[in-house]
Design a protein around this ligand. Structure first.
Ligand code: ATP
Ligand code: MG
Length: 251
C-alpha cells in the first residue's frame, strides 16, 4: 500500500509582475493519505485548496518555503513535474488547460508513454483508449480533437477522468472535478473515479464545494480547509454539517 504524507507544508504563490511580492498561501498543511482511501477537502473560495493541488503537482508558480511531501518515503518536493507524474501523482485541474494542435489521442499516448516508461503497443493501445473513452461516455470524435479546445466544461472534466483511468496513478488529486457537471455526467465521472480506485487501490484527494459527489464517491475523511490549513477533520457526516451550517464556525 502506498502512502502520501504532507507535513507542515507552507507555500507562496510567486508574483506574476515585477515589484510584487510572493504571497504566502499554504500555512502548514498536514495530511496523510493511504492507498485505497478517499479524502475530501472542502473550504471557502480563496482558502488555498487549488494552491495545495498545484504545489503537490509541482507547478512552477508556487514556492515551497517549509515542510515536506513524501510519497512512499520519497521526497516529492525534489522531483520535477514529470518525475512526480512518474512516481504516481496525478492532478485533475480545476480549470483544465486547452492545448491547441495536440489531439487528445496523441496527448494521452504521450502521457501514458512517459508515465509507464515505454510506449504502449499500438494495437492494444487503441483498445485501451477506446475502452476508457467509452466508460466516460465520450464520443469517438474527441480522440482527434485538440486537448480541451472547445470542450464544454463537463467534457473537460470527463477528459481529466479519462486520463486518470489510463495513467492509473498511486494518488489522484481531483480539484473540483464535479463542478459544472449535469446529473448524468456526475454519475459517470464518479463511477470513473470509483473504478480507478477499485482497480488500482489508489488514494483519492477530492477537492469539492458540494456534498453531492460524495454521495457517489464515499469519503473516508472530510477535511475543512481554511486560510491555508486543514482546520477540522471528520467523517462523511462533516460534509452534511458544512452544507447545513456553512464554514463560519470553522474559520
Ligand atoms: N498570482 C497570484 N497573485 C496573487 N494572489 C494569488 C495568485 N494566485 C493565487 N492567488 C491567491 O491565492 C489564494 C488561494 O487561491 P486558490 O486558487 O488556491 O483558492 P481555492 O481554495 O482553490 O479557491 P476556490 O474554491 O475558489 O477554487 C486566493 O486568495 C488567490 O487570489
Ligand atoms: Mg480552487
Amino acid at each position: 500500500m502506498s502512502t502520501l504524507e504532507i507535513k507542515n507544508l507552507h507555500a507562496n504563490v510567486l508574483p506574476t509582475e515585477e515589484g510584487q511580492e510572493a504571497k504566502p498561501i499554504l500555512k502548514g498543511v498536514n495530511l496523510t493519505i493511504n492507498g485505497g482511501e478517499t479524502h475530501a477537502i472542502m473550504g471557502p473560495n480563496g482558502s488555498g485548496k487549488s494552491t495545495l493541488a498545484y504545489t503537490l503537482a509541482g507547478h512552477p508558480r508556487y514556492e515551497v518555503t517549509e515542510g515536506e511531501v513524501l510519497l512512499d518515503g520519497e521526497n516529492v518536493l525534489e522531483m520535477d513535474i514529470d518525475e512526480r507524474a512518474r512516481a504516481g501523482l496525478f492532478l485533475a485541474m480545476q480549470y483544465p488547460v486547452e492545448v491547441p494542435g495536440v489531439s487528445s489521442s496523441n496527448f494521452m499516448r504521450s502521457a501514458v508513454t512517459s508515465v509507464r516508461g515505454e510506449a504502449p503497443k499500438l494495437r492494444e493501445w487503441v483498445g485501451e483508449l477506446n475502452a476508457a473513452r467509452e466508460q466516460l461516455q465520450m464520443d469517438a470524435s474527441f480522440s482527434e480533437r485538440s486537448v480541451n479546445e472547445g470542450f464544454s466544461g463537463g467534457e473537460k472534466k470527463r477528459h481529466e477522468v479519462m486520463q486518470l483511468a489510463l495513467l492509473k496513478p498511486k494518488f489522484a488529486v481531483m480539484d473540483e472535478t464535479d463542478s459544472g457537471l449535469d446529473v448524468d455526467a456526475l454519475r459517470i465521472v464518479s463511477e470513473g473515479i470509483n473504478r480507478y480506485q477499485e482497480e488500482t487501490g489508489g488514494g483519492v484527494l477530492m477537492i469539492t464545494h458540494y456534498k453531492r459527489i460524495l454521495n457517489y464517491v464515499h469519503p473516508d475523511f472530510v477535511h475543512v480547509f481554511a486560510n491555508g490549513q486543514i482546520v477540522t477533520t471528520g467523517g462523511a457526516e462533516l460534509a452534511d454539517q458544512l452544507e447545513a451550517e456553512g464554514y463560519e464556525k470553522f474559520v
